[in-house]
Design a binder for this molecule. Sequence first.
Ligand SMILES: Cc1cc2nc3c(=O)[nH]c(=O)nc-3n(C[C@H](O)[C@H](O)[C@H](O)COP(=O)(O)OP(=O)(O)OC[C@H]3O[C@@H](n4cnc5c(N)ncnc54)[C@H](O)[C@@H]3O)c2cc1C
Length: 207
Amino acid sequence: MANQALTALAFMRTRPEIARPDVQLFFNPVRMDAEIWFPLVKPSQGHMLEAYVELLRPESRGEVTLASTDPAVAPKILLNILDRDEDLATLRRGVRMMRNIYATRPLADHIVRETYPGPDTQSDNALDAYLRNAAEIGHHPVGTCAMGTGPAAVVDPQLRVHGLEGLRVVDASIMPEVPSGNTNAPTIMIAEKAADMIRGRSTVDAV
Ligand SMILES: Cc1cc2nc3c(=O)[nH]c(=O)nc-3n(C[C@H](O)[C@H](O)[C@H](O)COP(=O)(O)OP(=O)(O)OC[C@H]3O[C@@H](n4cnc5c(N)ncnc54)[C@H](O)[C@@H]3O)c2cc1C
């Protein structure tokens, strides 16, 4: 715990022809399954580092729908992750990129063996099975009140709810799709810009 978790990140394109990164690679110098070590009572677990591949631009779409007309009742949330085969294909390319990085010196000099999914997990099917079992969500849901002008848009480019007077939505839900990165800073940017729009100031005036 003397070090920060996730000390290094890389935003990568898994295909050269795409314009923006589609995966984020995480380097974690600690093992997340670490348990308290009691010398002489319980053996140390040994050193391990972890590396994760995060899908930045998922094709799969989930949905949030009302469960009841009572506003106090929680909505129904369907994440629907890994619904589209393209998402698994991107993750597979990400895992293979990660393996190449760790097989390259000088990093390779520190690697004894791959623990998970393990060197035997090479085929597309084997990797898919591992990914479906091991995947976790990245907590970056967006788009349930997507900004836009089309029939599916909830708010206009000034973040005003279509068809209602005097109501704006200002949060991560207005992003039309997941950005190529984390969502906290873009949400703050949305809020800063919305504050200017509500006050009738241009962003240039604010600067
Ligand atoms: C575990 C976790 C880890 C994350 N890690 C990162 C990260 O490392 N980097 C990154 O960029 N992003 C990260 N995110 C994503 C980031 O936190 C969100 O994208 C961002 O907070 C979204 O902002 P928001 O304003 O849309 O929603 P929120 O931050 O969720 O704000 C919604 C607010 O509304 C309040 N609220 C809800 N209901 C009501 C109500 N009825 N009345 C009044 N108030 C209400 C809530 O209390 C909350 O304060 C993480 C998210 C999670 C959950």
